[in-house]
Design a protein around this ligand. Structure first.
Ligand SMILES: [Zn+2]
Ligand SMILES: [Zn+2]
Length: 218
C-alpha cells in the first residue's frame, strides 16, 4: 500500500471524476448519471439532486485535472486554494464501514465542495510523501484519462478504462501479422527454391540431350 486506504480511495474517486469528461464525451450528462457515479464511488453526505449540483461537479473536473498536470509547487498552490475556498476544517470521523479518517467539510456542504476537499486532502498526502511521480496521464495515443500508479514497481502506463488491454491486443496482433509475413516470405522462398531446382534439372537434361545428339552425329 502506497497511501492509506482513504487516501487511495479518494485518489481513485478524483481520477474517476476527472475522467467523466472524456475528450468531448460527457459521461455525466444528467442528474441520474451523477447519482450513479456518487453511488459507485461511495460519496456520502447530503445531496441536492438538481442541475446546479450537477453543474458544480462538472465544473470541478478541469480544476482537478490540473493536479495531474502541474509541478509540485503548482499542485501545492491549487491544493491550498481548494482547501481555503471550502474553509476546510479537518476532523477525524468514523462512518459506515470506514474506520477513523479525515473529513474536512461538514456532510451538509455541497457535493462539489466535498469532492474538491476530499481530492485536495488526498493530494496533501501525495505531496507530503513526495509521490507526485505516481500521477499518470494514460499512455494511449487517443486517451487523456488520468490515473494514479499504485503498483510496486511504478509500471502503470495506462488508465483504468481498458487502454492497457487494447494496447496489449494491438501489440499481439502486430506480432502475429509480422510472424505471418515472415512465414509467407519463407514459403515463397521455398517455392522459388524448388523452381530453381527444376530449372537446373531441365537445363541438365537439355545439355544431356545435346550431348547425345552430338555423339550421334559423330
Ligand atoms: Zn468519510
Ligand atoms: Zn486510457
Amino acid at each position: 500500500m502506497v497511501f492509506t486506504d482513504d487516501t487511495e480511495l479518494a485518489l481513485a474517486g478524483a481520477s474517476a471524476l476527472v475522467n467523466t469528461l472524456d475528450g468531448e464525451q460527457e459521461l455525466l450528462p444528467d442528474v441520474a448519471a451523477l447519482d450513479e457515479f456518487v453511488r459507485t464511488w461511495g460519496w456520502t453526505g447530503e445531496r441536492d439532486h438538481d442541475n446546479a449540483e450537477l453543474q458544480a461537479v462538472r465544473d470541478l473536473r478541469p480544476r482537478l485535472r490540473r493536479l495531474w498536470e502541474l509541478d509540485e509547487e503548482g499542485v501545492v498552490e491549487l491544493v491550498n486554494e481548494l482547501l481555503r475556498e471550502a474553509n476546510a476544517l479537518p476532523q477525524l470521523v468514523k462512518h459506515d464501514r470506514w474506520d477513523y479518517h479525515l473529513h474536512a467539510t461538514p456532510s451538509q456542504a455541497p457535493l462539489a465542495t466535498r469532492m474538491a476537499v476530499e481530492a485536495a486532502m488526498a493530494f496533501v498526502d501525495v505531496v507530503r510523501t513526495k509521490e507526485l511521480s505516481r500521477l499518470r496521464i494514460c499512455a494511449a495515443d487517443d486517451c487523456d484519462s488520468v490515473a494514479v500508479d499504485l503498483s510496486k514497481n511504478r509500471s502503470k502506463r495506462f488508465c483504468d478504462g481498458g487502454c492497457g488491454n487494447r494496447a496489449a491486443v494491438a501489440a499481439y496482433r502486430a506480432r502475429k501479422a509480422k510472424a505471418g509475413r515472415v512465414a509467407l516470405a519463407r514459403k515463397d522462398a521455398t517455392i522459388h527454391g524448388k523452381v530453381d531446382t527444376v530449372h537446373a534439372a531441365v537445363v541438365q537434361q537439355e545439355e544431356h540431350s545435346v550431348e547425345l545428339s552430338k555423339r550421334r552425329l559423330r
